[in-house]
Design a protein around this ligand. Structure first.
Ligand code: SAM
Length: 242
């Protein structure tokens, strides 16, 4: 995990974040600065209607039909699969949370073309957004191909962890679902070990199993990369039962 300590992009001084005493909060992402292309820059200006400004509070208030079930996607990347899901499910509301600004721009660009009224996105740490939501207010939380944080000293940054799952459970409605997918088998084993040991969650594929890949989950960019690298895809769908 790295942090730029210089504003000069040509000669960045890079230090290990984990070595900084002041960096106390453990985050599950790494902010990458990449330039926006022209359509992304234009989309950010023209499609402000899709973008929520942090802090947001109860996400349901921003929709024309706030009573519709709410899906929250954590880390949507470039957002194409989120736009496809929102287009295919007008009877639900969708909020995508991402810290990668070109991804947010690309997502609102595509949401504008699809003329959606059931999708909002925001640039924030999903943990902070979830904490501000009322309990039992989200019908589905989805986490597709989260950063696998492969080094042992970075395992604490993996999103699927007992402390973060306690927050997810608190915010899910009774009967609501947590859906994750990964192409990194050690993380799949890790996820199963955490999720199968959450008393408030039921594995819809049966204890110890991954869920057959649902055909209603669109292919994501990182999933395609994983498949091209020969990786096996594992989906997990857990229902909140307590
Ligand atoms: C490996 S990418 C996968 C992107 C996309 N889901 C896909 O499958 O193509 C993981 C993404 O999650 C985002 N992310 C990780 N932790 C996050 C958090 N706490 N809040 C918001 N976004 C987060 C990262 O910025 C990154 O873009």
């Amino acid at each position: 995990m790295f942090k730029m300590t210089s504003n000069n992009p040509i000669d960045p001084q890079i230090v290990e974040l984990d070595d900084l005493h002041e960096h106390r909060e453990i985050v599950t992402f790494m902010r990458r600065s990449s330039p926006l292309n022209t359509s992304q820059r234009t989309a950010l200006e023209q499609h402000q209607n899709f973008i929520l400004s942090y802090p947001v509070g109860d996400l349901r208030q921003y929709f024309e039909k706030p009573e519709q079930p709410l899906t929250v996607e954590i880390g949507f990347g470039m957002g194409r699969s989120l736009v496809q899901m929102a287009s295919a499910n007008p009877e639900r509301n969708f909020v995508g949370i991402e810290v990668h600004v070109p991804g947010i721009a690309q997502c609102v660009y595509e949401a504008g073309i699809a003329n959606l009224n059931n999708l909002k996105v925001l640039d924030a740490d999903a943990i902070h957004v979830l904490k501000a939501m009322p309990d039992h207010s989200i019908n589905c939380i989805q986490l597709y191909f989260p950063d696998p944080w492969q080094k042992k000293r970075h395992f604490k940054r993996r999103f699927v962890a007992h402390e973060r799952m306690a927050l997810v459970e608190e915010k899910l409605e009774m009967g609501g679902t947590f859906h994750s997918a990964t192409d990194w088998e050690p993380y799949a084993e890790w996820m199963l070990d955490v999720l199968d040991n959450r008393p408030n969650l039921e594995n819809l594929a049966g204890r110890g199993n991954s869920y057959p890949r649902p055909d209603w989950r669109p292919l994501t960019k990182f999933e395609r990369r994983g498949i091209e690298a020969g990786h096996v895809i594992n989906d997990f769908i857990f229902k909140k039962i307590n």
